[in-house]
Design a protein around this ligand. Sequence first.
Ligand code: NDP
Ligand code: 8X3
Length: 257
Amino acid sequence: MKKTILITGATSGFGKAIAIKFAQNDYNIIITGRRKDRLDALTRELEESCNVIVTPLQFDVRDNDQVIQAIGELKKSVPQIDILVNNTGLASGMSSIEEGDITDWDKMIDTNVKGLLYVTRAIAPMMKHRGSGHIINIGSTAGKTVYKNGNVYCATKFAVDALTQAMRIDLLPYSIKVTAINPGMAETEFSVVRFNGDEERAKKVYEGINPLRAEDIADVAYYCATLPAHVCINDITVTCLTQANSYYSIKEADRQK
Ligand code: NDP
Ligand code: 8X3
């Protein structure tokens, strides 16, 4: 029987690349996000190119009623979810704490922390009941080291780190693996969202650094998910060659070759 993976935030970036990677490797896929046109397009693309079942679920992770409704419906047609990737997340703005925009703060906390909790709360009981499963949380280097003006975004990713550790302890008796993947800078729609659609400013973030690509993180997720049953990667931090941590990176041109 094919395994099933549910990936939140699969309409772009890491989530989309993870969906493609697992579909290409014969997993049935459940993809979620708010942009229905993108969910439908990816469903068509994967169903045409891979012999797997793709189920799109449109909901906003910040709304627990929507999460419960969508996962409740899903349970009627999908017997089990083997892997949950809590990938949905965003940064909104980048300013010093005393100038921060409260709407940005709410958006990040509600999406990155509460959204991850709502989805986990809806799916973990199914894994507990079955006595197996794997939850992969996408954290960040921002959840390991704080950087200037990253304040609330970093705090949400520190929370993801703490929740990953907590989930692993709580779910240990039920043979549920819990893994955090903490990427460094990767060129997705992340910075365009962070800077409210300002593509030029977003591009500048990655200028001269050869950042990670979404596919790199999909490869890491696939590696973590396909290890033997007795092996659980707890925490993995992945950066591009020119980044050491959240605040220290160099330009490609400054690399000794
Ligand atoms: P993208 O902006 O490309 O993708 C974010 C995904 O999250 C989209 O599919 C978006 O879908 C979904 N999403 C956002 N808000 C909501 C919401 N309220 N409800 C449902 N879905 C939502 O960014 P990335 O792929 O880069 O980001 C994925 C994760 O990786 C995030 O958690 C981010 O914090 C983390 N990360 C990113 C890094 C980077 O440098 N890119 C580095 C480290 C971590 P839609 O808009 O359709 O709802
Ligand atoms: C995203 C990476 O460095 O932009 O989590 O915060 S960073």
